[in-house]
Write a protein that binds this ligand. Structure first.
Ligand SMILES: *[C@@H]1O[C@H](CO)[C@@H](O)[C@H](O)[C@H]1NC(C)=O
Length: 96
């Protein structure tokens, strides 16, 4: 259902808006563990994709910097099978 696309959109938006708010010149763990200048780091991630790469994939990978900078996340909660919102919109969005 269209409804299930929202968790992903909110998940991505939270990563970008929060990172923009905490774009400090030094590593920080005020909100999440982040490198210095996290916005620049996110741009580097996005720029490292080949031209024409999927925009959702780019956004997802950049958002992973925010959610998984420490690299210890086994899975993102958004993807949890028990999540009442589900993530069935993800596959739908990728395919369309
Ligand atoms: C988080 O980062 C680690 C290290 O790169 C990786 O092995 C793991 O799969 C990542 N977690 C998610 C949910 O992508």
């Amino acid at each position: 259902t269209v409804h299930s696309v929202y968790p992903l959109a909110l998940w991505l938006r939270a990563a970008f808006t929060t990172t923009a708010m905490v774009d400090y010149p030094t590593p920080a763990n005020f909100m999440m563990n982040l490198p210095a200048y996290p916005v620049k780091e996110m741009c580097k991630i996005i720029d490292s994709f080949p031209v024409g790469a999927d925009v959702v994939e780019k956004a997802f990978t950049a958002a992973s910097l925010y959610y998984n900078y420490t690299g210890d996340q086994k899975c993102f909660e958004m993807e949890g099978g028990d999540d009442p919102h589900g993530l069935s919109g993800w596959g739908w969005q990728v395919k369309s």
